[in-house]
Design a protein around this ligand. Sequence first.
Ligand code: HMG
Length: 389
Amino acid sequence: MNIGIDALACATSHYCLPLADMAEALDVPVGKYHVGLGQEHMSIPALDEDAVTLGAQAGARLLAATGTEGIRTVIFATESGVDQSKSAGVFLHALLGLPRHVRTVEMKEACYGGTAALQSALGIVARHPKEKVLVIAADIARYAAGGAGEPTQGAGAVAFLVSAEPRLLNIPAVSGVYTADINDFWRPNDSSTPLVDGHLSMDAYMDALTGAYDDYLAQGGIPAAQMARFVHHQPFGKMARKAHARLMAHTGDPRGDEVIESGLAYGRQIGNSYTAALYIGILSLLGTDPADLTDTPIGLFSYGSGAVAEFFTGIPVAGYRERLRETGADAEGVAAMLAAREPIDFPTYRVLHGALRTDSADFSTPPQTTAPFRFAGVSSGVRQYEARA
Ligand code: HMG
């Protein structure tokens, strides 16, 4: 039995900031962002958007195409959680009108959470082949204003259905895993932005890549040289390029950026979306690569600071491009989604950045987003969400 991703949809925030504006405002050569980091725009959430509304938007796009039949589990992966106790998935369950007979949880390990959710979903389907699992990965990458991480912010969400005999991507069972306790990036409970040792995080990422790949081979995986393309977690494009060069040196495979290029296109415009970033990279590859990738193994690398990583493969199923179109996640659909964002200038972005509220006192958020779901504020300590009619 094949198990994998049957359909995949994505969403991003209402606003975006061109990094050229940030470069000008901070008096940084724009080449540092465009070439040095490999980024052009970053998605910026409106005050009435959060991980729940972004995830619900992606989920609604997915379910409009697939329906809800067979779904008995929702796994919401995020490191932008809105409550220490209640799963963000439960808010989303209500917003999407999912049936009662569904179990719903939240999963966390930095950016690796999306892959942890995928692996759990694959296990559930292996045990209950008639069931489907809805996975949501949604995040807002928000760093301290003025810090080195500021140009690597972003916001995005994916929703995907894991099932038997998937119509998008088969996920073979073999995978390589890796954990190392390292303080490269973390977000304490009293902070809305992470503490980061940026250069340590880049080294930790690359060590985790070769470590996870070696375990993948030891588990019986195929060599990298037999993989047609690669998608590596992308906090910014240059990180994936550096990591890929490291993997190629490690494996003796001479191929360079040409086997990762098409997977970087969407992330360059969205920025880091943490748990969703690898899956937005997969959409970018499947939607924009000119080659027919049907039945060819794609190397996939997921990294979450802290750190946990996994190397595995995905194999596109015949008709994958048509399947993307059904959820609006083909190249045209994603281009339209990106073009629909409202560009803002640097001062407006900084005001939004400073206005985020994470406390539980009662407040209302001004209507800003035109997305189908919005966060309306807090009333009696309870987060309020609204769906547009
Ligand atoms: P920095 O230290 O300000 O930048 O911030 P830099 O000085 O290292 O320069 C960056 C690159 O720009 C360099 O390229 C420069 O040469 C180049 P490199 O030499 O490395 O190839 N450059 C230029 N290029 C062209 N024209 C110019 C120019 N000037 C400079 N004029 C840093 C970089 C990554 C530290 C910062 O952005 C940061 O802290 N980011 C956040 C942390 C991060 O993203 N880490 C990545 C690995 S960890 C990870 O992926 C997990 C994560 O997603 C979180 C999670 O798991 O939840 C982050």
